[in-house]
Write a protein that binds this ligand. Structure first.
Ligand code: 5GP
Length: 213
């Protein structure tokens, strides 16, 4: 079984806060699309840090994608399935097609594991944008997608993101981790125990360093 990494709400908050200045100054998104359910909390936190005085909050749309299946164990780990299932998609009564075309759109998820989900999300959203652009006769306008995740697992990926996205730095992982199971606070059934395990691991890390700093 893979090691577990326990992440606290406080850490999630700070990972979003630290990423926000780059997202705000360089990416300038006008719409966030959170991949549910792990992308919801990071997207909501980011929204506060992306707010500029005098401008409205950046709207958050949600899509639901599922690749993982619950293992028959007592633990939090889930096993990767083979196909991505859509459980929810853009709500076109709330998001206008003109909100997509020619815009900068930030896709938010909590973790990039095999990258299958992110590949699917970008591919399918691109299709929607192309369709919308065609309908509006605005094919010439460039819509740029950006990806933000809290954690990227440093491992061979099954999925791929577009070359231009990677080359142009339109992908940001707040933290790169090993191939371990990330336990997020919103999944915890006992948040005090979750935080205790996170603090214990942090303490071990500090004491394991030769000088303790
Ligand atoms: P991928 O398509 O990159 O393999 O997986 C993405 C999705 O799988 C994530 O959005 C998340 O729901 C789930 N997932 C993959 N690895 C982890 C993990 O370490 N912890 C948790 N909580 N979910 C994970």
């Amino acid at each position: 079984m893979a090691n577990r990494k326990y992440i606290t709400y406080n850490e999630v908050h700070k990972l979003c806060q630290n990423a926000a200045p780059k997202i705000l100054s360089e990416w300038k998104p006008s719409l966030m699309i959170a991949i549910g359910g792990g992308g919801y909390v990071p997207a909501r936190i980011l929204r506060s840090f992306l707010k500029t005085p005098g401008s409205p909050n950046i709207p958050i749309q949600a899509i639901g994608l599922s690749l993982y299946e619950k293992l028959a164990t007592d633990g939090p780990e889930e096993a990767a399935g083979h196909t991505v299932t859509r459980t929810q998609w853009l709500d076109f009564s709330a998001v206008k097609q003109s909100d997509l075309v020619g815009r900068n759109i930030l896709i938010v998820d909590e973790v990039d594991d095999t990258r299958t989900t992110l590949q699917y999300a970008v591919q399918e959203l691109k299709k929607d944008v192309e369709e919308a652009a065609k309908l509006m006769g605005r094919e010439g306008e460039e819509t740029r997608f950006f990806v933000f995740v809290l954690h990227n697992k440093d491992k061979p990926k099954k999925g791929a993101l577009p070359d231009d996205m990677m080359k142009e730095g339109r992908y940001l992982a707040a933290e790169t981790v090993g191939d371990e199971w990330c336990c997020y606070p919103w999944e915890a059934t006992n948040i005090d125990e979750h935080d205790r395990l996170a603090n214990e691991a942090a303490l071990k890390k500090v004491t394991a360093k030769p000088n303790g700093n």
